[in-house]
Design a protein around this ligand. Structure first.
Ligand SMILES: *Cc1c(COP(=O)(O)O)cnc(C)c1O
Length: 454
């Protein structure tokens, strides 16, 4: 049989809790530090930016964090998401490997991001917040939060990285369709934005700059909070519905993964699929290789430094220890906009530092080639970000063929590429080039890392 197989769970399998990997790690992650004092921050320090319930989720040590019922009600619309065995792709590659993928493109916004947008909007609403300000790269996060905001009746304002704002007008239209306000960043609306534009008026923007703008607005108004679509512990926590469902689905398929793969921008979909399996392994379960895949143009785990750094360009955030390219680093404008962040989730960085996961980096043209091979075999056009995971899965399957091994590969297909067809048009026309970051700029950004003793 060569047709691809779909594994669907019924509603009774919708997870009741989020899984917290901290409970199973051999060492706790380094503390988050106050930029002024260099001392560990407390929950109160984050209160201007986040509602207390999310702050508590950020710092909890509990293994299981219950998912509020109103959040599960919304999840139910598209969760559990399907898991497929990519038999036609296996056949196209003539590989003995078994390739499975979890598909998050079935969410209303077309990616995994609503998994955290929904609980974040819910907790803000419950805390009486009127408006949430955020940043977005390619627009997936902004559109996901815009959707969640409209569901819970809360205003959403989005600073969108300028290069994506210009490249992806349909993402912006989607945010506005949900009722959100979308501003190109750097903008003239904030001190951080104005300072950047004063130095370079055609600045393409970066996630670090857009975060500064959003944090600045949130910190200055009482009824407004900030939200982040990746990187933070509570975001990774929300995404663990992915891995929990995939575990049950792999069981349905009668197999267990030897390799788990996710693309990594801020690290949330990667952690979401991987951490539940990693936790099972750490509790004495089955061994599994876990691979994070990043763009060669913005390679934080593979080329960055594991050090304390700011989450944003204007240095308004606390200091977190993470793999970083430096908060002032501006990656070139390649097409996987959702992967253009200078840092990596502290929790992903920590497990990488502990040697519990692997990381690799790919150039974009190889990723688009893999994405089209996948699309032709499986019918789904992946988001450019997800193509990084697709390529790693294909590379591993090809290795399995060379070595004559029938390993089981599971990857997360984090979203569809329906809003990214311009990137595919450019690729097919031979217009995409493999951009490397500027080595001199990287060296400068790394030299500017804050001095922290620990
Ligand atoms: C945002 C996004 C990513 C990257 O973000 P992570 O936090 O690393 O998951 C990957 N894929 C898609 C489809 C996205 O929208």
């Amino acid at each position: 049989m060569s047709d691809s197989v779909k594994y669907l769970l019924d509603e009774s399998h919708l997870p009741r809790f989020w899984y917290n990997v901290v409970a199973d790690l051999p060492a706790p992650p380094p503390p988050v530090l106050h930029p002024g004092t260099g001392q560990p921050i407390g929950p109160g320090d984050l209160e201007p930016l986040f509602p207390m319930e999310l702050i508590l989720q950020e710092v909890t040590q509990e293994r299981e964090v219950p998912i509020p019922e109103p959040v599960r009600e919304v999840y139910r619309q598209w969760r559990p998401s399907p898991l497929f065995r990519a038999r036609r792709l296996e056949k196209a590659l003539d590989t003995p490997a078994h390739i499975y993928y979890k598909y998050e493109g079935v969410s209303p916004a077309g990616s995994h991001k609503p998994n955290t947008a929904v609980p974040q909007a819910f907790e803000n609403k419950r805390a009486g917040v009127r408006r949430i300000v955020t940043e977005t790269g390619a627009g997936q996060w902004g559109s996901s939060l815009a959707m969640a905001g409209s569901l819970f009746g809360i205003a959403i304002e989005v600073f969108m990285v300028r290069v994506s704002f210009n490249q992806k007008p349909y993402r912006r239209a989607l945010m506005e369709a949900y009722g959100a306000r979308c501003v190109a960043s750097p903008s003239m609306e904030t001190n951080s934005g104005r300072a950047i534009l004063a130095r370079r008026d055609d600045h393409p923007g970066s996630l670090g700059i857009a975060i500064s703008e959003a944090v600045e607005v949130a910190a200055q108004s009482g009824d407004t909070k900030y939200a982040l679509g990746s990187v933070l512990n509570h975001v990774l926590l929300h995404q663990t519905v992915l891995g929990q469902e995939a575990m049950a689905q792999m069981e349905m398929a009668g197999e267990a993964p030897d390799i788990i793969i996710g693309c990594a921008g801020g690290g949330s979909n990667f952690a979401g699929i991987a951490f539940p399996f990693l936790g099972a392994k750490l509790r004495g379960g089955r061994d599994v290789r876990i691979i994070a895949v990043e763009p060669a143009a913005c390679p934080s785990i593979t080329r960055g430094r594991y050090a304390y750094d700011f989450g944003d360009t204007a240095h308004l955030t606390p200091l977190v220890k993470m793999h970083t390219l430096g908060s002032t680093f501006t990656p070139p404008g390649f097409h996987a906009g959702g992967l253009r962040y200078h840092g990596m989730a502290p929790m992903v960085s920590h497990v990488a530092d502990l040697g519990l996961i692997e990381a690799r980096a790919y150039h974009q043209t190889g990723c688009f080639e893999a994405g089209l091979l996948f699309a032709k075999a499986e019918g789904i056009i992946p988001a450019p970000e997800a193509n990084h995971a697709v390529k790693a899965a294909i590379d591993e399957a090809v290795r399995c063929k060379k070595e004559g091994r029938s390993e089981v590969i599971l990857f997360n297909l984090s979203g569809h590429g329906h809003f990214d067809m311009q990137a595919y048009i450019d690729y097919q026309a031979g217009k995409l080039v493999d951009q490397d970051y500027d080595e001199a700029e990287l060296a400068m950004a790394l030299a500017g890392l804050p001095a922290v003793s620990s």
